[in-house]
Design a protein. Structure first.
Length: 47
């Protein structure tokens, strides 16, 4: 099995982990963490 290296910022990394490990995600949308909510929403809408 080969591994793929991906370079992302902290919010993107956090969003991927949160989305992969939780069924319900609650995020307080303050400016530094706003991308987390947007990324989780986009991933959830894809299924």
């Amino acid at each position: 099995m080969s591994r793929k290296t991906v370079i992302v910022d902290g919010c993107t990394a956090c969003a991927h982990v949160v989305h992969a490990t939780n069924e319900i995600i609650t995020i307080y949308p303050i400016t530094p963490s706003s991308p987390i909510a947007e990324i989780c929403d986009a991933k959830s809408s894809k299924g």
